[in-house]
Design a protein around this ligand. Structure first.
Ligand code: ACO
Length: 444
């Protein structure tokens, strides 16, 4: 099949079409070209099978748009990330995480009054049902906190029966607020459980990031002072992870939601998808890799291993499916990593030194340069989180906490589409063709 884009003939002047031609038969079909505000145009192929008898094959969705969305725009070649039209640099510099959350959920930056009301609602939903405390106790103490999060967030649907009707806008809103508010409480509980310390109840006098740090690092035996540099770094990490258009976990949430599953179940499916090392698990994998490399002198050996196609080793925290330029989030976090380490008086932390050296060498090596493999957001977030005192196993949990607002905003956008249709990809079947059934005593 060959293809050709052209503007449709007069009479349909505003509409562009894309023509597919069957090279064997000479038959051709036109499909509408749909343009977004910015970014490449898309070919609407919904009628492709009915008209041509063909499916498309794109297993990793490298060229397939799964939805229309007004939330987030990424230009991977230029290294641009925008939420609702605002650049990620402006948002991390000038907004708080809850302000960005409001923007993602409702479409515009809030007025002072709207923000105050939103913060109040989130603050007053941070406590979890007392019964959830017992739920935690069913887990082994050495359970990975992501395993706990998958279970506990899914279980929220068993606690909040009054916000499960996805067709009721008020119930959708309350479940969005509940998820955003309760994720830090649950994440901190997962951490406290793993180290055998008592759960800390949220404090309403603290902001979102401060409260999370307090619930993780405070103990009932003494007062806890939140370091403002750490709280700001935490808040920035939350902003930078808030949404990233149709990545694996967000697509998982949308697909789960398309079956009309409740929002708590959908977010639990996103957490499961995020867990893998090729996605949210990469920040944990970065630290594990740095520990494995051990010393600057060993970097060349690991760089060679990363290039060797027969070796499964990859430089974790490098490369991105969409960014073929510097990940703008990595740029912001690079500075933040220095600030936090400086504040903690560990400017010459051996892990950071190793990371900087690795970054320098990889950015000069033709293998990485030619393939446009730049450090991604996970490369630096792992270093900051380690400096703040989080164990590696909590890194992906923090990512899940921050991404919850993106997931729930994408879910809400999908449910509010006029025609919600269950997602159902097709396939290219490569198994055996129809064959006769062989009774067991005649099989070889
Ligand atoms: N180290 C070494 N080589 C790499 C790396 C890496 N980290 N990433 C990609 N490559 C190579 C591939 O081997 C391939 O080489 P080839 O063209 O010679 O075959 C080429 O670069 C293109 O890579 P793909 O695997 O086709 O890129 P893809 O878009 O499928 O993968 C991914 C993107 C999964 C992120 C990949 O770069 C990777 O595994 N990186 C490490 C894990 C990581 O940091 N993940 C976090 C992603 S960001 C996030 O989730 C927030």
């Amino acid at each position: 099949m060959t293809a050709d884009t052209k503007t449709a003939p007069a009479g349909d002047a505003a509409e562009k079409t894309f023509t597919f031609t069957n090279d064997q038969t000479g038959e051709s079909w036109q499909f509408p070209v749909v343009e977004g505000t910015v970014g490449p145009p898309t070919i609407d192929i919904r009628q492709l099978y009915q008209q041509t008898g063909h499916f498309t094959l794109d297993p990793a969705f490298t060229a397939t748009g799964s939805c229309k969305s007004r939330l987030t725009f990424i230009d991977g070649d230029e290294g641009i990330l925008m939420h609702r039209g605002y650049s990620i640099e402006d948002l991390t510099d000038k907004s708080s995480f809850l302000e960005v959350s409001y923007l993602l959920l409702y479409g515009d930056l809030p007025s002072k009054k709207q923000l105050d009301e939103f913060i109040r609602s989130i603050t007053y939903h941070t406590m979890v049902h007392e019964q959830i405390h017992y739920f935690f106790r069913g887990f082994r103490r050495d359970a990975h906190p992501m395993a706990i999060m998958c279970g506990v967030v899914g279980a929220l649907s068993a606690f909040y029966h009054d916000s499960l009707d996805i067709w009721d806008p008020q119930q959708r809103e309350i479940s969005a607020h509940r998820l955003l508010a309760k994720m830090p409480t649950l994440a901190a509980m997962a951490y406290k459980y793993s180290i055998g310390q008592p759960f800390m109840f949220p404090r309403n006098d603290l902001d979102y990031a401060e409260n999370f740090l307090y619930m993780c690092f405070g103990v009932p035996a003494e007062p806890f002072e939140v370091n403002p540099v750490h709280a700001r770094a935490m808040d920035k990490i939350f902003i930078l992870h808030a949404d990233h258009e149709q990545n694996a976990s967000t697509s998982t949430v949308r697909l789960a939601g398309s079956s009309q599953a409740n929002p708590f179940a959908c977010i639990a499916s996103g957490i499961a998808s995020l867990w893998g090392p090729a996605h949210g698990g990469a920040n944990q994998a970065v630290l594990e890799m740095l520990a494995e490399i051990g010393h600057k002198d060993n970097i060349p050996e690991f760089i060679e291993r990363a290039k060797d196609k027969d070796d499964p080793f990859r430089l974790m925290g490098f490369g991105h499916r969409v960014y073929k330029n510097y990940d703008p989030r990595a740029q912001v976090l690079r500075e933040s990593a220095h600030e936090v380490l400086h504040d903690l008086g560990i400017d010459n932390d051996p892990t950071l030194e190793l990371a900087m050296e690795l970054e320098k060498i990889a950015l000069e090596d033709p293998y990485f340069v030619d393939r446009k493999l730049f450090p991604n957001v996970d490369f630096y977030s792992g270093i900051i989180l380690k400096a703040l005192g989080f164990p590696d196993t909590m890194f992906t949990v923090l990512f899940a906490m921050a991404r919850t607002i993106g997931w729930i905003s994408q879910w809400k956008e999908m449910i509010e589409e006029p025609a919600l249709k269950i997602g159902r990809p097709r396939q290219l079947y490569t198994g055996p063709a129809a064959r006769p059934y062989v009774p067991i005593d005649e099989r070889k």
